[in-house]
Design a protein. Sequence first.
Length: 543
Amino acid sequence: MGRRPTQVDAVAERYLEAFAALDPCAATELGITGHDDDITDYSPDGVAARAELARSALRELDGVAPVDDVDVVTVAAMRERLGVLVELHEAGLDLGELNVIASPLQNMRDVFDLMATDTEDDWRLIGTRLSKIPDRVAGYAAALRSAVAQGHAPAARQVSRGVEQAGQIQQLFVDMVASAAPENPLLNNELQQHAAAAANAYAGLATILRQDIAPHARSDDACGRDTYRLLSRAFLGAEVDLDETYDWGLRLLQSIVAEQESIADRLYPGASVSEALSRLDEEPRYIVRGTDALQAWMQDLSDRAVESLADTHFEIAGPLRRLECCIAPTHTGGIYYTGPSEDLSRPGRMWWSVPRGVDTFHTWQETTTVFHEGVPGHHLQIGRSVILADQLNRWRRLGCWVSGHGEGWALYAERLMAELGWLDDAGNRMGMLDAQRFRAARVVIDIGVHCGMTAPDGGVWDAEKAWVFLTTHSAMAEANLRFELDRYLGWPGQAPSYAIGQRIWQQLRDEMLGRGLSLREFHRRALDLGGLPLDVLKSALLG
C-alpha cells in the first residue's frame, strides 16, 4: 500500500506542474509530458515568472505542516532549492545566461534530441515546437541585452563561443528534418520551413551576439568569490569552505597521480604516466572502431553491469534493467544521460556526442564512463526516483535535480565499481584514475580561477594557466579539453560539484556503514530519497 499524499505533497505537485508549464524544455528533459509543443520563454518576463513561481511556492509552504518524515525532507529540500532560485534571480544570475554547454543557446536545440520521431504525429509535434523557435530566440536576445544593461554582461570568451555554436546549430535544425516523414511530402515541406525559420533565427542571434553583446562583454573570465559562493551552493545544495576545498583538491590530485605512477610502472616498467597512457591507446584490445561498434560496446558493458549488480548490491526494478546506449546527433564530444519519462514509455538513455572525424575509441579510458552514466550511476539513481510514485511526490521524483547529489553519486559509482572488481584490469583502472584526476583538477581550476586563489606555481590563475594545468592532468583529446575549459570558465561552480559531491557521498557511506548498515541497505535508503540538496541528504540519512 502506498503512502497517502499530504498537503506538503500538494504544494510540491502544484509547483512542479506550474514550473513545467513555464519551462517546457526542462519538462521534456525531466520526462514530464504535455509540454513538448513549446519552447521555454527565456525573455526577462519569462525569467521573472519562474522566480515569482518559486516565491509563491515558498509562501505556500509556510501554511502547511509536515505530517511524516517524507514531508520533513520535502519541505527542507523545497526551501533550499526554491530559495536558491530566488537568490540567483535577485543577483541577476538567471537572466541572459550564456555558456558553451547549458544555456538557452543550447537548450532550445538540444531538447529536440529527446523527442520521439517514430510517427507522423511525432514529427507534427516537433514541427509545432520548431515553429516557436524564432519568437523564443528573440526573447533570449532581449534577456542578453537586459543582462548587459544591468551590469551582468557575459565573458567575452563565452560570447565568442556562442557565436560559433549559433552557426553550428543553424545547420543542425536543417539536418534534423531533412529526411523526416518521407511518406508525407506536405508534412516534410512544413517541417523544412520551420527548420529554415529556426536556422534564420539563430543566424540573427549570432549577429546580435557579435554586434550588441560582444562590445560590452567582460574581458575577465572569473566571476568573483561572492558570485561563486552562491553558484557553488546552487550546484551542491551545501555550503563548503572554498579555501579548504581548493586545498583538498590539490591533495586529492597528488594521491591520484601517485597511484597512476604505480600502475604505469606495473603496465610498462619504467614508463611515466603520460607514456603509459599513450601506449594504452595503441593496445588493440582497448580499441573500438566506428560509432556502430562503439554503441554495441557500450550496450554490452551496460547490460552486463545491470545483470551483475541487480539483487546483490542494489535493488534494480524491472523497468530499469534496460538502458539504451545511443550515439547523439550532435558533435560536442560530451557523454551524457537522459532519464526515462514519467510513464516509462521513453527509456533511460546514455548518449555519446562524437566529434566529427573521430572514429577510433579507447575502451580503457571509457569503461568507467559507462558506469558513471549508466548503472550504478545516473541511470540507477534517476530511474529509481522515477519509479517511486507510491512514496514520493512528483517534484521529489522528477523535479529536484542537484548537480552535487547526482554527479557526486555518479563519481561514487565509478569508485564503487573499482572496489567491486570491475576495474581490476590495469588499463581500465588507469582510465578510472584518469577520469578521477580530471575531476579533481577541475576543482582546483574552477575555484582557483573564479575565486582568485594562488596557483600551485605561485602565480595568478587565468585561462592560459588553467589550460596548462588541465592538459597536465588529463589524457583527453585537445578538442575535448578546449571545450571543457570553456565550460568551466563559463559555468562557475558546476564542474567541481562532481568531485565535491563524491567526497560527501563517500563520507556519508562511511558514517552509515560505521553504524552497522550493509552496503546494499545504504544504497537503498539513499536512493529511495530521490534527488536532494546534499545538506538535506545528510540530515535525512544521519538524523
